[in-house]
Ligand binder design. Structure first.
Ligand SMILES: NC(=O)C1=CN([C@@H]2O[C@H](COP(=O)(O)OP(=O)(O)OC[C@H]3O[C@@H](n4cnc5c(N)ncnc54)[C@H](OP(=O)(O)O)[C@@H]3O)[C@@H](O)[C@H]2O)C=CC1
Ligand SMILES: O=C1CO[C@H](CO)[C@@H](O)[C@@H]1O
Length: 383
């Protein structure tokens, strides 16, 4: 018996589209899920964009005012895919209205914002999921199991990197991402938030850190109209970039392991170069988002003679089997969002969290706040 789950999407740029497509694809990949999302309404402030989204993707209605979503009894679950400065206000309002919440990272501008949304979700007794999609990659789940099984021994150190060039082009538009008021931090919230989540997912809590940040592209052109994702602008008045393009961070884990996390949104020549290398006393495992379905693994104690092999993950790993019949049939980025949608909807169906929660967002945001504090003070910060 399959029941309908009325859903709404607030903010219809890049992530709004990806969440919508994930809801639509759920029955294809998870036919036994007892709830089937029904696209009820889309809220977007750019004139005409909500109507266009409704027309293209099949929402029953469209609005420019997200408050109408909170009041809509047809809607039981909401995706918040609007810019960061709206996460807290919209997230809290939706939870208070009794809506289950799937909200994008970093969940607000600060750890205080993430905590406010987490508290509202807990008080309302609704389910909450967060857009830390990289941990949904079956290969990342396999790496976590490999580490937890002790097969690579005691973890000694890890390197986590998130390098991209979406902010490297000098004509990249000065969107909300580059403003303190609407974006909050820069690459911290945009990319290092994922890195902080992966660090904890793989290796447990971070005990202390020290960080350094920099702005490499200090001015950008103001966009002349509506933008989505990482748009280019031409001819607009230049304005200042208010948040960091780059962060490097040394980590000490509660386990005693050491780590380096580095993220940059303006790395010329790097496109979505996201990944990690984890080293232990008896082996190592590494992952690269651009080869998302592979792990590089080394195991044993023959040291310099030890082979490093490529492992193609297959139907036994994470949610791989819901997408492809055999190893080395590639999954893609949008599939990670389908997995996120599945875990969110399953949480609602079973009344218990399954996958990322708002607590994960609070942990990640606390790490980001500590990085900002350390970059400012030049000191180590304990967590
Ligand atoms: N998990 C992941 O891998 C990713 C997560 N993200 C996260 O997703 C969120 C959205 O990012 P992205 O989709 O790239 O951003 P976009 O700028 O592409 O889309 C956001 C949309 O929300 C609109 N918006 C602004 N104010 C409102 C409002 N009051 N009501 C409704 N809509 C509004 C924006 O309009 P306008 O243009 O007028 O501002 C824009 O159309 C961010 O928090 C980001 O950090 C983003 C990319 C990847
Ligand atoms: O979460 C994210 C993942 O990568 C994107 C760029 O490629 C970011 O913009 C985004 O916020």
């Amino acid at each position: 018996m399959v029941d309908a789950l009325g859903v709404a999407v607030i903010g219809f740029g890049w992530m709004g589209r990806v969440h919508t497509q994930a809801y639509a694809r759920l029955p294809h990949h998870y036919p036994r899920l007892p709830l089937r999302p029904r696209l009820i309404t889309v809220a977007e402030e750019v004139p005409g964009r909500a109507e266009e989204a409704a027309e293209r993707f099949g929402f029953a209605s469209a609005t420019r005012d997200w408050r109408e979503v909170a009041a809509d009894p047809r809607v039981r679950a909401v995706s918040v895919t609007a810019p960061n400065f709206l996460h807290r206000e919209i997230g809290v309002a939706m939870a208070e209205a009794g809506k289950h919440l799937w909200i994008e990272k970093p969940v607000g501008l600060t750890a205080g914002d993430a905590r406010a949304v987490a508290d509202a979700v807990a008080t309302a007794g609704v389910q909450g999921a967060v857009g830390f999609n990289y941990r949904n990659a079956p290969a990342v789940e396999s790496a976590r199991e490999l580490i937890a099984s002790g097969e690579i021994g005691t973890v000694t150190h890890v390197r986590i990197r998130l390098f991209s060039d979406y902010a490297a082009h000098p004509d990249g538009a000065l969107t909300w991402r580059y403003e303190r008021e609407r974006g909050g931090s820069g690459v911290l919230g945009d990319l290092a938030s994922h890195g902080a989540d992966l660090a904890r997912f793989l290796l447990g809590d971070i005990a202390a850190l020290t960080a350094d940040t920099a702005i490499f592209v200090p001015e950008r052109a103001r966009p002349s109209g509506a933008t989505a994702g990482h748009a280019l602008a031409s001819g607009g008045e230049p304005g200042p970039v208010e948040n960091e393009d780059y962060v490097s961070c040394l980590l000490r884990f509660a386990s005693g392991a050491r780590g380096v996390l580095e993220a940059c949104r303006a790395s010329v020549g790097e496109q979505n170069n996201y990944g990690f290398e984890v080293h232990g006393t008896r082996g190592a495992v590494s992952w690269d988002f651009r080869r998302m379905n592979e792990l590089r693994v080394s195991r044993g104690t023959t040291y310099q003679d030890q082979p490093v092999s490529t492992v193609y993950v297959g139907p036994g790993a994470g949610e791989f089997a819901a997408f492809q019949p055999g190893a080395a049939n590639a999954m893609g980025y949008d599939d990670l969002k389908v997995i996120e949608a599945y875990r969110f909807v399953r949480s609602i169906a079973e009344g218990t969290p399954y996958g990322t929660t708002l607590a994960d967002a609070v942990h990640s945001a606390t790490v980001l706040d500590a990085m900002a504090e350390s970059a400012e003070s030049g000191r180590w910060v304990s967590l």
